[in-house]
Design a binder for this molecule. Structure first.
Ligand SMILES: Cc1cc2nc3c(=O)[nH]c(=O)nc-3n(C[C@H](O)[C@H](O)[C@H](O)COP(=O)(O)OP(=O)(O)OC[C@H]3O[C@@H](n4cnc5c(N)ncnc54)[C@H](O)[C@@H]3O)c2cc1C
Length: 386
């Protein structure tokens, strides 16, 4: 494979078909799909590729609950299904593992009414997830305790085993995505998008460079809201905010094939080589975005209570970062207000890893002159601003 370019002095005059601001998982997918469409791309990151929320530990790919079905849930379902093939392509192409596995998910039922709810969800999942032929099911097991995973005390009313969920190793996935980009993509790291003139297609960057582009895609995670606010002169909070999350990586001898476990916002995600990621906090108010604290200790304690096999496991890493949450919670995709060449693709919040490739497809479709018909109504910029 031909290699992508990674350095260009600020004095170079650059031009491209598509400028991508932000090298998280969304930006890398925009770059990949732009490359597949034959476009010349520049991928800018104000820090390093993968230094934002996408450089984390958890990588849970979990579907929304199957009841109250809507276009957003369908979008995510289609994305979760297609991601398996897309990741296999990237792994074959690069020879690098993304640490992906369709591991399924266990949801321990703590309260009596959870069992009735689980039965209703079983029926909804049959209806929405493709039924028996798909192999994706939501099954209630009144008595289930395989290998003490999770512990019996966590599920006095049984457990749901759901077979659609998967997991990916975020850092391996990011590395493979970057390695899969060829010479049509130029990387500029430690350089931020500062401004964009829609009339001329000229982008300005933090090192004083101007880049002429057909379209720009803002995939700068939570910082997208600030950049967008600056460009369209509205408060950033009109568009969205940053929600801090903390997670940890434990060293265990847990079988990497085991399903991930989820209860009340606590995730326990087995990865390869006995590593288990646990998370996460969800903090609107914070002083130190990238520091971990006692709130993470509490998450680890909840994870151990849920899965006692984790007790005493050494903590290899503690990590914190900021998730992008658009103002109405759903992802935000579409043209920036008053713009025809600046496209926003952010706000994946807690589900970005499962849908980034489809968010990117929508953004690239707009850049190629498409109608954006695949963008669910609730993802559209206008919807968020109404
Ligand atoms: C603790 C925690 C656990 C999580 N667990 C999961 C999970 O299990 N499953 C899941 O799907 N999601 C999870 N998430 C959420 C997920 O990590 C994020 O939603 C996702 O990584 C966001 O990707 P992104 O590409 O939109 O943004 P980021 O990954 O944040 O990337 C944005 C990039 O833009 C760059 N940038 C910023 N400003 C500029 C600028 N002006 N110009 C150029 N570049 C710029 C940044 O340096 C950064 O590299 C978790 C998040 C956290 C914090």
């Amino acid at each position: 494979m031909t290699r992508s370019r990674s350095y260009s002095p600020a004095s170079d005059a650059l031009s491209c078909d598509i400028l991508i601001a932000g090298g998280g998982i969304v930006g890398l997918w925009v770059a990949r799909l732009a490359q597949e469409a034959g476009l010349k791309a520049v991928l800018l990151d104000r820090d390093r590729i993968g230094s934002g929320a996408s450089g984390g530990l958890l990588g849970a790919l979990m579907p929304h609950m199957p009841e109250r079905w809507n276009p957003k849930k369908q979008f995510q379902l289609d994305a979760l299904i297609s991601l398996e093939t897309r990741i296999a392509e990237i792994e074959t192409e690069t020879g690098l593992s993304c640490g992906y596995r369709r591991c399924g998910r266990l949801l321990p039922l703590a309260k009596p009414h959870h069992a009735g709810l689980a039965a209703e969800r079983h029926a909804e999942a049959e209806l929405r997830w493709g039924g028996v032929p798909s192999g994706y099911a939501w099954r209630l097991h009144p008595k289930f305790n395989v290998d003490n995973w999770p512990g019996a005390d966590a599920m006095p009313h049984g457990v749901v085993l759901e077979t659609l969920s998967a997991r990916v190793n975020p850092r391996l996935y990011m590395t493979a995505m970057k390695a899969g980009l060829g010479e049509r993509v130029t990387f500029l790291e430690t350089e931020a998008l500062d401004g964009f003139d829609d009339a001329t297609g000229m982008a300005t960057t933090s090192v004083g460079r101007t880049i002429r582009t057909g379209h720009a895609v803002l995939s700068a995670g939570h910082a997208s809201f600030d950049v967008l606010g600056e460009i369209v002169r509205r408060p950033a909070r009109t568009f969205g905010s940053a929600i801090k999350g903390q997670a940890a990586l434990l060293e265990t001898d847990i079988d990497p094939d085991w399903p991930l476990v989820f209860q009340d916002g606590t995730y326990v995600v087995p990865h390869d080589n006995g590593l288990v990621a646990v998370g996460s906090t969800s903090e609107r108010q914070f002083d130190a975005p990238f520091d971990t604290d006692e709130k993470l200790d509490a998450v680890i304690s909840r994870a151990v209570a849920l899965c006692p096999l984790l007790a005493g496991a050494p903590v290899l890493e503690r990590w914190a970062n900021l998730r992008p949450k658009a103002v109405k919670r759903d992802p935000m995709i579409g043209f920036a207000p008053g713009h025809r060449h600046l496209i926003v693709a952010t706000g994946g919040f807690k589900i970005t890893f499962g849908i980034a490739h489809e968010m990117a497809r929508c953004a690239v479709d707009l850049a190629l002159g498409g109608s954006g018909a695949a963008i669910p109504e609730s993802f559209r910029v206008e919807h968020h601003l109404n």
